[in-house]
Design a protein around this ligand. Sequence first.
Ligand code: 2P0
Length: 342
Amino acid sequence: MYMTTTAIAPTNIAILKYWGKEPGKEELSIPTKSSISFTVSDLETTTTLESEKRKGAAQEISLTLNGTRKAEVSSEHRYVDGFFRTVARFFPSVSEYDFRIISQNNFPTAAGFASSASGFAALAKALSGEVLEMGNLNEDRLSAIARLGSGSAARSIPGNGGIVLWQRGGSMWKSIAKSLYPHDYWPDLRIIYATTDAGEKKVKSREGMQVSVATNPLYGSWVRYEEKFLKAAMLEALERRDFPALSGLIMKASNNFHQICFGTYPMLRYLNESSFRIIEAIEELNAGGIKAAYTFDAGPNAVIFTLSKNEQETRRALSGIARDIRVTKPGMGARFSDKHLS
Ligand code: 2P0
């Protein structure tokens, strides 16, 4: 007999970046540092999970992503296999099922718009609705489970969404993400996704961050600085809803992250010519006082924070550079849905 569960999870954009796992704790995705993100309304993954008691000796998992059946050797399939294997260490009955996963994003995959975050958050949420053993997981524990699929997925779990802090934690059930302020905490805040390049990125985050931890001589200093100073400063600016102060910190954190990428050997370059043009456009916009902040993840696309009163001006600054502009707001976290994909 089949069971079917569907879950929807949003993506999130980090303003304090996660980039690296503690050596020796990679399988559990224990991060080297804390991170902070905004849960994003409208950019979502919907995942339908079908499970059936395992028929053969080996567990069978099939994965269809955005309408395409993924080969078992594909990186997406291997990540999903790894996720189920690790979850089964904590919930052994997970290995007693065959799974069919159908997953659909409503935004470009793998171009620095965190599709693994929404993807694994939706999968973890759906799994918790299927496997009896996991049925009574609270949200903290579910964020730890989502983390096993992809670190940033932990931050897409909290149902209140909004502004989320993923504490470094250091161990399986302590490294969890919690909503600090709900989605409607800052109603006039706007989050603008500016696409410069919708192609897939060359170096996946998972491999990239491992090389950064292993080769960048300044890696430890970055972790200590951000954990000690930047995190506290951001939490304070968020508490005061101080947009100019927060903006400066967001841009510094983005720059710091890309500095870590540049100092990685071989060098990781996620920004392209258009990314630098966006940085210049935002700097010009801010010349008379801060109106917007940029942040870039492991890809060339920008995410811009602004306030509703400055939205039009910010859009004008981006036009001619970005190919596509999508305006969103802080949103809610993961949830179940009764609209199954087929
Ligand atoms: C973040 N990124 O905090 C940072 C900023 C990209 C740059 O989380 O290996 O896909 O699956 O845990 O979560 C991308 O890393 O990596 C990421 P894994 P993940 O959003």
